[in-house]
Design a protein around this ligand. Structure first.
Ligand code: BJW
Length: 270
C-alpha cells in the first residue's frame, strides 16, 4: 500500500506525517484552533512575524486596545479601514479549503475555532466557525448604546458617531484587555473538553485565553498536533509538531491531496 509521500515538512515528535494522518483518521472529535498563519499564504499579514507582522509596524497597545482607541479614534479607525481595504480581493487558500472540505465530508467531526478576524474560513465554506476575536468587517458601538444611538453619522477621517450623544463606532474585534464573547468561548471550551484530537494551526500561541484551549486539550487527554513553519509558544504542550506552511500541510493531513485508496498505518498509542 503506498504511503503518503513525504512533503516538505518536518515532524518533531515520534512518528511522521503518516502518524499524524492516522491520528486524524482515528479521531472522532477534532477541534482545530487557527491563527493568523493560516491566512498568511492568502496574503494577509500576521501579527508577530518579524518585519512583515502588523506589530512590527504599530504598537498593539495603541491600535488594539480600548484606551488606544479613546486616545486616537481617527488614527485607530484609519488603521482598521486600511486593513479592511487590504482584505478586498483576498481569497481563501488551500488550507482554509481543506478544513471546509473535511467538515463537509465528515459532518459533526470537526469544530473550527479561530482567532482570525478576516472571514476567510467562512469564505472557504466552513460553517459554524467560532470566532474568538470578532470580525474585522463588523462594527459596534464603543459605549453601551443609548436610545439615540440608532444611526451613525460619518465625518471624513473619523469613525462614525451618534449625532446626538457622540457615541463612537468601533471595529467589532476583541482588543487586549477585553473579554472574549462569552458564548463563543464557552462553545469552544465545550468542544475542546469533548475532543480527542486538537490541531493548532498557524498561531504563535501567545494570546490568552485562546492559547489556553491547547493546554486544556492536553489536560483532558486529547492528542495535540501543531502545524506551523516556525516554533510557537505551544510546542512544548503538543504531542507533535508538523513544521510547514498550512496551505501545504492541511490538504495532506485532512485528505484533500491524499492518494486514493491509501491507508495510513494505525495510530501510535498515546
Ligand atoms: C504560519 C504561516 C503559514 C506564519 N502557515 N503558520 C494569561 C497569561 C498572560 C496574559 C494574559 C492571560 N490572559 C489574558 C491575558 C492578557 C491578554 C494576552 O493574552 N496577552 C499576551 C499577549 C501576553 N489577553 C487579552 O487581553 C484577551 N482578553 C482577555 O483575556 O480578557 C479577560 C480580561 C479582561 C479584562 C482584563 C484582563 C483580562 C484579549 C485578546 C485579544 C487579542 N486581539 C488580537 C487583535 C484582534 C483585532 C485585530 O485584528 O486588530 O487578536 S491580538 C492578535 O493576536 C489577534 C490574533 O487573533 C491574536 C493571536 O495571534 P496569532 O493568530 O497567533 O498570530 P501571530 O502573528 O502571533 O502568529 C502567527 C503564526 O503563524 C506564527 O507562529 C507563524 O510562525 C505562523 N505562520 N506563516 C502556518 N504559512
Amino acid at each position: 500500500m503506498p504511503r503518503v509521500p513525504a512533503p516538505d515538512v518536518a515532524w518533531s515528535g515520534s512518528g511522521d506525517l503518516n502518524t499524524a494522518i492516522a491520528w486524524v483518521d482515528a479521531a472522532q472529535r477534532i477541534v482545530v484552533l487557527t491563527g493568523a498563519g493560516v491566512s498568511a499564504e492568502s496574503g494577509v499579514p500576521t501579527f508577530r512575524d518579524a518585519q512583515t507582522g502588523l506589530w512590527a509596524q504599530v504598537r498593539p497597545e495603541d491600535m488594539a486596545s480600548e484606551p488606544g482607541f479613546r486616545a486616537d479614534p481617527a488614527g485607530v479607525w484609519a488603521w482598521y479601514e486600511h486593513r479592511r481595504a487590504l482584505l478586498q480581493g483576498v481569497q481563501p487558500n488551500a488550507g482554509h479549503r481543506a478544513l471546509a472540505d473535511f467538515a463537509r465530508r465528515h459532518p459533526g467531526r470537526l469544530t473550527l475555532v479561530t482567532q482570525n478576524v478576516d472571514g476567510l474560513h467562512q469564505m472557504a465554506g466552513s460553517e459554524g466557525v467560532l470566532c474568538l476575536h470578532g470580525e474585522l468587517r463588523g462594527n459596534r458601538w464603543l459605549d453601551d448604546p443609548r436610545g439615540c444611538c440608532d444611526m451613525a453619522h460619518a465625518e471624513a477621517g473619523a469613525p462614525p458617531r451618534c449625532a446626538t450623544c457622540g457615541n463612537l463606532v468601533r471595529p467589532a474585534v476583541v482588543w487586549f484587555g477585553e473579554s472574549l464573547p462569552i458564548d463563543i468561548l464557552g462553545q469552544a471550551e465545550e468542544a475542546v473538553s469533548a475532543c480527542d484530537l486538537m490541531l493548532v494551526v498557524g498561531t504563535a500561541g501567545a494570546v490568552y485565553p485562546a492559547a489556553g484551549l491547547a493546554h486544556m486539550a492536553r489536560r483532558i487527554g486529547a492528542r495535540v498536533l501543531i502545524v506551523n513553519p516556525a516554533p510557537s509558544e505551544l510546542d512544548s504542550t503538543a504531542h507533535a509538531v508538523l513544521r510547514g506552511p498550512s496551505a501545504e500541510v492541511l490538504p495532506l493531513l485532512l485528505g484533500r491531496d491524499r492518494p486514493a485508496g491509501d491507508t495510513p498505518p494505525a495510530a501510535a498509542p498515546r
